[in-house]
Design a binder for this molecule. Structure first.
Ligand code: 6PG
Length: 473
């Protein structure tokens, strides 16, 4: 019998769970794994060799294998499966056991589960883990939320397994209750917007500048060495080189242009709408992913709806330089929107989030890691209450230069009919945010005109209503 020997438990032995088990074991922790699917149990058993890893498909055996008070991590799909696992576990748990949900659960579910389990003196933490399969194996970015005391119990292990940048672990305590899952949700919202932005740059380079896959590979590889340096740009460069095993040419040209999603980007937009926080780049990325699924309708529309006839006749190198600036400009705006949402949500939900910490732990391991995050971290360390990154130290100057690239690229795209929805939305956000006056006085006048909704004035205090000079016909 394997009684009470193992430091940690892991429920869900798919690739992510298994890789995290091996990562923990590399750092000296013994782990017992449990999965209902016996094929996963066998895979872990086979791959474990003589490591101190135990793998079982029997829940009582799994529970008995763990040291007390137990710490159990779950890496199972978000939604009802998490509740099913928690309910199945509950009868076996005792006071002070700690459950860590390491999946992409909706933050409101995490709050509910935290409260339910607290009634039974069981601690629950919502822990965002980013970095995909290789991150889980060799160092993810980890976004933990929950009670501080619970975090302290697992901090040494989380720090050991996380990615490191200049020796600093890409994990820190983020805040109470669902703080960790909230930050992971916004991470994914930013991920959606960055991915769409990069896809738009690809569209422009491919169809406007007529670049082939080798040239595209060169452009993104070069960009990755400069101010756009980031995981998503790096993998984009790789993608253009990937040969196809099933057909002639490169794989990218045989992938259907209809994108799927598990919903975390959409949740970010939904929550931002509820909080009335503007994050148009993320909203747009979600909407365009949705539009991509209307493949047949788009194909029919292509035959009927006309755009401009103009072809690009400019200099390709100049276009690439301007596009690099445009993508940089949009990247800054995308992070700015996600961070401002988190600043606001933190005040609303009492998380106590620190943007500097978030920027620091996003520098390595996660999907949205980028060299820009170092500058973002510095801006928030200088001014922790910064309401919008666009105003952070050094950012107005970066934006002043790069906006010119964005404007020029948008002009070229408009003339040639290439859609750049996220890039365009970031320029509109920037141009709106930097205006002391917006035409919303007209909205107020219209509301008061048709619905007596009242308005405020610029020259005196109070609420006003006007009997507008309405047309009678
Ligand atoms: C990460 C990723 C990860 C997952 C996304 C994909 O941080 O490691 O964000 O969580 O790949 O959830 O999301 P979609 O399926 O919605 O694109």
């Amino acid at each position: 019998m394997q009684e009470q020997q193992y430091d940690y438990g892991m429920i869900g032995l798919g690739t992510m769970g298994r890789n995290l088990v091996f990562n923990m074991n590399d750092h000296g922790y013994s782990v017992a794994g449990y999965d209902k699917d016996l094929s996963q149990v066998t895979t872990l058993q086979k791959e474990s060799g003589d490591r101190k890893i135990f793998s079982t498909g029997t829940l009582p055996e799994f529970i008995n294998a763990l040291k007390k008070p137990r710490v159990i991590m779950m890496l199972v799909p978000a939604g009802p499966i998490v509740d099913a696992v928690v309910n199945e576990l509950k009868p076996f748990l005792s006071k002070d056991d700690l459950l860590m949900d390491c999946g992409n659960s909706h933050y409101t579910d995490t709050d509910k589960r935290t409260d339910q389990l607290a009634k039974e003196n069981i601690h629950f933490m919502g822990v965002g883990v980013s970095g995909g399969e290789s991150g889980a194996r060799y160092g993810p970015s980890i976004m933990p939320g929950g009670a501080k005391e619970a975090y302290q119990r697992v901090a040494p292990m989380l720090e050991a397994v996380s990615a490191k940048i200049n020796g600093e672990p890409c994990v820190t305590y983020l805040g109470i209750r669902s703080a960790g899952h909230y930050v992971k949700m916004v991470h994914n919202g930013i991920e959606y917007a960055l991915m769409q932005l990069i896809a738009e740059s690809y569209h422009l380079l491919k169809e406007c500048a007529g670049m082939g896959n080798d040239e595209l590979h060169e452009v993104y590889s070069k960009w990755n060495k400069g101010k756009l340096g980031s995981f998503l740009i790096e993998i984009t460069a790789d993608i253009f080189k990937q040969p196809d095993e099933l057909a002639e040419g490169r794989l990218i040209d045989h992938i259907l242009d209809s994108a799927h999603q598990k919903g975390t980007g959409q949740w970010t937009s939904q929550d931002a709408m509820d909080l009335q926080m503007p994050i148009p780049a993320i909203d747009t990325a979600v909407a365009i992913r949705d539009l991509s699924a209307f493949k047949e309708e788009r194909q029919a529309a292509e035959k009927k709806l006309k755009g401009p006839d103009k072809q690009f006749s400019g200099n390709k190198e100049e276009l690439v330089t301007k596009l690099e600036d445009a993508v940089y400009f949009a990247m800054i705006n995308i992070y700015a929107q996600g961070l401002s949402l988190m600043q606001h949500a933190s005040a609303k939900y009492n998380y106590g989030l620190k943007m500097e910490d978030i920027a620091r732990i996003w520098r390595g391991g996660c999907i949205i890691r980028a060299s820009l995050l170092e500058d973002i971290r510095t801006a928030f360390s200088k001014d922790p209450s910064l309401s919008n990154l666009l105003l952070g130290e050094g950012f107005p100057a970066k934006l002043e230069t790069s906006q010119l690239g964005a404007r020029s690229i948008i002009q070229t795209a408009t003339e040639t009919g290439i859609p750049l929805p996220v890039l365009m939305s970031t320029l509109s956000y920037y141009d709106s945010y930097r205006r002391g006056w917006l035409p919303s006085n007209l909205l107020q006048a219209q509301r008061d005109y048709f619905g007596a909704h009242t308005y405020e004035r610029t020259d005196r205090k109070g609420i006003f209503h006007t009997h507008w000079n309405q047309k009678q016909d």
